[in-house]
Design a protein around this ligand. Structure first.
Ligand SMILES: NC(=O)c1ccc[n+]([C@@H]2O[C@H](COP(=O)([O-])OP(=O)(O)OC[C@H]3O[C@@H](n4cnc5c(N)ncnc54)[C@H](O)[C@@H]3O)[C@@H](O)[C@H]2O)c1
Length: 454
């Protein structure tokens, strides 16, 4: 990976529209002649870049990952939510281009920061990528520029980390000479019902004028904007949304462990509880939580609580329950095999779906990798099938997905459905296995194959 400021190979985008920089930014946002730079062409940044390009803005995507830059310029999408055609159409009309060279920021009217916000090894927030992005922008900061941070972060990051870094190398002041807002990305990869366009956009500007300018930008692509009183409210809302889900999933996961002991179906229990027309919101158990958001974001909230002298006890408890789920999956599989007189260590096990969620190619924090690791340590003979994930590294070993042809030629003692994808024919998979442990309650009857729910 290149450092943010390093020069790369790509040429900056050529902005085809005639842009009169003397006109105020608000006017250029209204008539879409403003030039937009999106830093980070990943699951959050690329869909945003595509929508802005479609709306009529000239968009330059900046990324330190040369491979992503190359793919986008070739009209190919590196993320599962955006099709190659979506990218290719905008590349063809020069509405979108990608670069790894940051001096294009000198020409940009708006910079959207969509870089990763992972956790450090000790589970504390790792702001390296935001800081690198801020440094790149600061080097090219100019009057009237709008900077919107979209990466998930703790309350105060926009005002206390981003703004001082931007102001450090010039006399320009946020809210007066240039504008800064936090507008969290709320995208749910794989969700066809809610997209960038119809998911309401939260906007918290450093000043009311910052909010107004950010609103002018987003109003061209998002149906409903929600302006909140400060960046801190927007930052905190994003953490609360994701942590709400993390904690609720841990609750049903714990109930799944209990129901398993009681011999009751957790799935039937949730279905029954969901008939209450108010005050119950169904969540579903599974092999754990994955992705770049749900397992990560609660620790940003926990760190914020610590900063204010509070312990976020529910987050700790939820995390320890969710982390137990892969072990539970393996233990349940072992029990099911034992009933058939088979030891786990001699079983041929097929894992179905290792992406962290349905219909995506993202394996970050996927609990399926932990199941794979545990089974390998127990010396089971493990293979996986995931048409969205051709290969994966787990515990230092590289695994490659079976092809659908391989599947029809091999027989397995059991399969574990970890992440169902809608383009997989599970009936034909079932013909090759005697038993399926379904951790998502996705399958119904599968001919002669026994299907057991988590
Ligand atoms: N993935 C999701 O479902 C999702 C949903 C909502 C919010 N978010 C948030 O969006 C942010 C980005 O997540 P993502 O999933 O898109 O990550 P990602 O890894 O898919 O994409 C981030 C991209 O940023 C690039 N990058 C890193 N540092 C850079 C820099 N200094 N300048 C330019 N590019 C840089 C990386 O190379 C990468 O291509 C995170 O804060 C995440 O919490 C993600």
């Amino acid at each position: 990976m290149k450092s943010a400021g390093q020069q790369g190979l790509q040429e900056p985008a050529t902005c085809k529209k005639h842009v009169d920089k003397a006109r105020p930014l608000s006017e250029r946002l209204r008539d879409k002649s403003a030039h937009i730079a999106v830093l980070g062409l990943g699951y959050a940044g690329l869909p945003m870049a595509i929508e802005l390009g479609r709306a009529g803005f000239v968009v330059t995507g900046l990324d330190i990952n040369d491979e992503r830059v190359r793919l986008v310029n070739e009209g190919r999408s590196p993320v599962s939510d955006v099709s190659d055609a979506d990218v290719a159409n905008l590349i063809k009309t020069s509405q979108l281009s990608a670069v790894n060279k940051f001096d294009v920021l000198a020409e940009a009217d708006c910079a959207l920061i969509c870089v990763p916000t992972p956790l450090a090894a000790d589970h504390s927030p790792d702001l390296r990528f935001i800081e690198a992005a801020a440094e790149s922008i600061a080097a090219h900061l100019h009057p009237d520029m709008l900077i919107v941070l979209q990466s998930t972060c703790a309350p105060g990051t926009t005002r206390r980390v981003l703004v001082p870094m931007l102001e450090a190398s010039s006399k320009l002041r946020a809210g007066e000479d240039f504008f800064v807002a936090f507008a969290p990305e709320r995208i749910d990869p794989g969700n066809r019902q809610y997209t960038v366009v119809n998911t309401p956009k939260l906007i918290g500007g450093v000043t009311p004028q910052c909010s107004e300018l950010a609103s002018l930008l987003f109003t061209s692509i998002v149906e409903h904007l929600v302006i909140v009183s400060s960046p801190e409210v927007a930052e905190m809302s994003k953490l609360v949304e994701n942590t709400f889900r993390f904690i609720n999933i841990s609750f049903v996961n714990e109930m799944a462990l209990l129901c398993d002991r009681m011999g009751i179906s957790i799935w039937e229990v949730i279905e029954a509880a969901s008939t209450k027309p108010f005050a119950f919101l169904p969540h579903h158990p599974g092999p754990g939580v994955g992705g770049h958001c749900i397992p990560v974001v609660p620790f940003y909230l926990e760190a914020a609580a610590h900063e204010y002298g509070m312990a976020a006890r529910l987050i700790e408890a939820a995390s320890s329950i969710n982390e137990k789920m892969p072990q539970f999956v393996v233990a349940k599989l072992e029990r099911l095999l034992a009933k058939r007189g088979k030891r786990l260590g001699e079983a041929r096990v097929l894992l179905l779906g290792i992406a962290y969620k349905q219909n995506v190619n993202d394996i970050r924090e996927s609990p399926a990798l932990r199941v794979l690791e545990l089974l390998t340590k127990r010396e089971a003979h493990v293979a996986y099938y995931d048409p969205h994930v051709p290969s994966a590294t787990c515990d230092g070993m590289v695994f490659r997905s079976l092809t659908s042809r391989d599947l029809n030629q091999e027989h397995y003692d059991c399969a574990v459905l970890l992440t169902p994808h809608s383009d997989v024919d599970y009936c034909s998979v079932a013909r090759q296995v005697d038993l399926i442990l379904d951790t998502r309650n996705y399958l119904t009857r599968m001919g002669g194959t026994e299907v057991v729910q988590l």
